[in-house]
Design a protein. Structure first.
Length: 286
């Protein structure tokens, strides 16, 4: 039997004493029976081999009849929507889940007849695949440290930057510790990073630009400790001279996107003997 409304005739029914029932045929009433053996159409965009390649996966489902759509993250339901009837007389539901966390997703659309379709996938928007860190030795004569906590990093997915600015793009922060456990964050900088995509120059001139850093393309950072920038960390490093003390400095690199913000804490650069010993030493590069 095909899906759709089924016409039926139920008439001329009598009980044992001759009483006639009303005509129950659906061609004489507003009642009807619908045969529905087909699950809703369900699509989650850019899912390949169970992995989502989107920062904001779009869930789109349609059906000729009403349905609900459930989203589970790591086994817990985080969203449940009822489809609405659109102008084409089709029930549909369409939304993005970029506001939710990374993890294992199970999206299920179930119609009123109990037919269902499920799409399962893992959302891993951005992960570090490789990193290098390093720094030069202290230049006490000029009160500087060149390539101070420089880094080179690569990610598993594209980073699509739209209207690059201090609130949409990258955030770079330094934090330091004198015991290797308790870290204090000091200072924020936005405009001193560059990438192989943009060329070897500061990205400040790219303010307002839209560009994509492809998966696997390196992002580089290098700056010089001058003036008051990171002076608290610099003074802590200088205070280790002629002692056994060390200062541990690490960078927090944050990707700021319209749908999510994610931070990555990079490996530590260790300074000792007033900055005359540094591990790893030198400009970070691939």
């Amino acid at each position: 039997m095909q899906d759709g409304e089924v016409e039926f005739t139920i008439s001329n029914i009598y009980d044992k004493v001759g009483n006639k029932s009303e005509d129950l045929s659906n061609n004489n009433t507003e009642e009807y029976v619908i045969v529905d053996k087909t699950a809703p159409e369900l699509i989650v965009d850019k899912v390949v081999d169970g992995i989502s390649g989107s920062d904001n996966p779009q869930v789109h489902a349609t059906d000729t009849n009403g349905f609900n759509i459930s989203v589970k993250l790591d086994g817990k339901e985080v969203r449940n929507d009822s489809a609405s009837l659109n102008s084409n007389n089709v029930y549909s539901s369409w939304f993005g889940i970029g506001y939710l966390s990374d993890g294992d997703y199970e999206v299920t659309a179930t119609d009123l007849a109990g037919n269902s379709k499920t799409v399962s996938f893992k959302l891993e928007r951005l992960e570090l695949t490789d990193q290098r860190v390093g720094s030069n030795l202290i230049d006490e004569a000029n009160n500087t440290i060149n390539n101070f906590n420089s880094f080179a990093i690569k990610f598993n997915n594209d980073i699509a930057i739209q209207n690059y600015s201090s609130t949409n793009g990258f955030r770079i922060e330094m934090e330091y510790s004198t015991d290797g456990q308790n870290y204090k964050k000091v200072g924020t900088t936005i405009n001193n990073s560059w990438t192989s995509v943009l060329g070897y120059s500061t990205t400040s001139k790219y303010q307002g630009s839209t560009f994509t850093i492809s998966a696997g393309s390196p992002i580089y950072f290098s700056a010089t400790k001058v003036g008051t920038r990171w002076s608290e960390i610099y003074n802590a490093i200088k205070a280790t001279k002629n002692t056994e003390n060390k200062v541990y400095v690490r960078t927090v690199f944050t990707v700021i996107q319209p749908t999510y913000t994610k931070s990555f804490t990079l490996n530590t650069v260790t300074y000792s003997n007033g900055g005359n010993t540094v591990t790893p030493q030198g400009l970070a590069q691939f």
